[in-house]
Design a protein around this ligand. Sequence first.
Ligand code: NAD
Length: 250
Amino acid sequence: FLSGKRALVTGSTSGIGLAMARALKAEGAGLVLSGFGDPDEIAALQEELDAGFSGADLATAAGCEQLMEEAGDVDIIVNNAGMQFVSPVEEFPVEKWEKIIALNLGSAFHTARLGVPYMKKAGWGRIINTASAHSKAASPFKTAYVSAKHGLAGLTKTLALELAEFNITANCISPGYVWTPLVENQIPDTMKARGLTREEVINDVLLAGQPTKKFVQVEEVAAMALFLCRDEAQNINGANWSVDGGWTAK
Ligand code: NAD
């Protein structure tokens, strides 16, 4: 149902973004991938998905501008690129704070700012932001991430109001813990910050808040993104959809 549409998925060389890209492609969308990674693996993904690619660093405004130039006209923008850093606030490196705010929040502002003119011209558009359960609730030691994701939810609502009359919707998807490199990589720092073993971090920190006691799968998040692209979803606007096993129901 997406043939003739072009989709940009930021941070799609891995994890949730890659699953979203695969789902969009399966419905016929043209694709632009983005992110970092091994050049051979990225070339293989481009071939698999017949996709364009931008390796721009989205933690800077200039990088976002480069991305949008390389992507060209896109009907669907999925702002998914993101990073995490776990540290007590008094030791939180300032450059990590600035980078996480710029990537997890700022890049979605820039892609909207640069991508909306085409969507308005086309008379149709979808902006889908991968937020997080941390856009609705906080956890200690994640000041930058929680702040950026709460901000992303606010940005999404603003875009929704501003663009509603142009047949462009903006929504957030907010996963709980999904088993991806982003989660795996935060385990060592969380062990250090909380003085726990790997198993304790997985069971007592990560899955403790997720009532299902299971990691969300990337395909489940992708399925939600796909639904938001459907015509039936044209009145779903400014919403923040949890896919978190019930975490934020508490
Ligand atoms: P991931 O680490 O597997 O993927 C992150 C992607 O972003 C990769 O493609 C990476 O190359 C790209 N990226 C990182 N820094 C970048 C930069 N400066 N410029 C451009 N691209 C960059 O992580 P993931 O778990 O798939 O996360 C995707 C999104 O989902 C993030 O926004 C994350 O905050 C969010 N999220 C993840 C979880 C989870 O449990 N994994 C939960 C809630 C929300």
